[in-house]
Design a protein around this ligand. Sequence first.
Ligand code: SAM
Ligand code: SF4
Length: 394
Amino acid sequence: MFILGDARSDWADREGGRRPPTSTLYCERVTRNVVGTNGNSVRHAPGLQSHAADGRLHDGFGRVGTDLRVSLTDRCQLRCSYCMPREGLEWLPNGNLLTDEEVVRLITIAVCDLGVEQIRFTGGEPLLRRGLEDIMAATTRLRTVSGRSPETALTTNGINLAKSAVALKAAGLQRINVSLDTLDPDRYARLTGRHRLGDVIEGLGAAARAGLNPIKINTVLMRGVNDDEALALVRWALKRGYQPRFIEQMPLGPQDTWQRDGMVTAAHILAMLRKELTLVPAHPNARGSAPAETWIASGAEVADGVVPLIGIVGSVTRAFCETCNRTRLTADGQLRSCLFARDETDLRSLLRGGASDREIADTWRVAMAAKQASHGIDQVSFLQPARAMSAIGG
Ligand code: SAM
Ligand code: SF4
């Protein structure tokens, strides 16, 4: 549990008694975590002002990091073939994982000092994190600079969702993405290494009853493995009021499981769906920073009162790097400016070394200022990151 603190006294701690000018990005901290701040006075990093006059996470290409992905664990019960090797990975040592208090402190800095507005919890499998509900509640008690709760979302394999959906909703979780690549129990077991399809379907029902909305179904199609199920998954999801969403497979799993030529591309997915459905762009002029292109479908049975939206995330062939607004934290406290970054910034050492919130915020700004222009998957010089997707946080 986290201790509620007074926003103004926290400002005073950090600013040596002075309330910051209203033009800077300080927001209301309605949550104070048990780690606290040490209030050291620090100088801004050289050259920082030119990038971050308003305190937000600007990079060199005009993008601003307002969307934080927080990985809460690298562990998972499944072994999805495109994500983890069958034998699993060497898990991060427990002592390297951020504690709940450390996670909340970094989220507080992101929201209150750096202008982050959306937070997605992921992993590994985030429902394996014991403190998830407390972290969620502490996050939703924060107020962004515009006075709202940060938008919260969760990406999960859904296996433990039936047990946790109600509590997560009560803690303030708004939206949820559940990964599901097949409706066939045997194929599910082959793809993930575990016979858990029934648990996922039960979890989805529990999420809907708990009032989580929208519920998106994330599917990665692979040629000759599950691409024959694209239409069946769409029909199944729309009928139940879920939003189907296809993600192009990216080179982030076990080495040699991804080949550019073997990918099921966004164009191919659209062509498959259009054999039976009519698709009209939902946002013809404004995809914005959303990774998915969305389509309104007709020709399928749809749950009452639901707009039949289908999302396609063309991460490779229709990359959205130009408008990417993401900043990422791994479960062991490493900051990444891109899923495909080859370097990380160690916030855990700063936290544990007694750095002030301002020092951590400045370090975060400097790291994001160097965010790469694009993931570069199509370039010959592309190298897969050393960490797997499950250890970065998808
Ligand atoms: N365990 C949770 C889950 O499966 O939803 C959260 C973590 S998982 C890494 C997040 C998302 O990344 C999932 O929707 C998964 O399908 C997707 N993913 C994993 N590896 C991928 C890859 N190589 N290419 C594209 N998407 C991938
Ligand atoms: Fe686990 Fe999610 Fe990776 Fe599948 S995609 S192995 S559920 S972390």
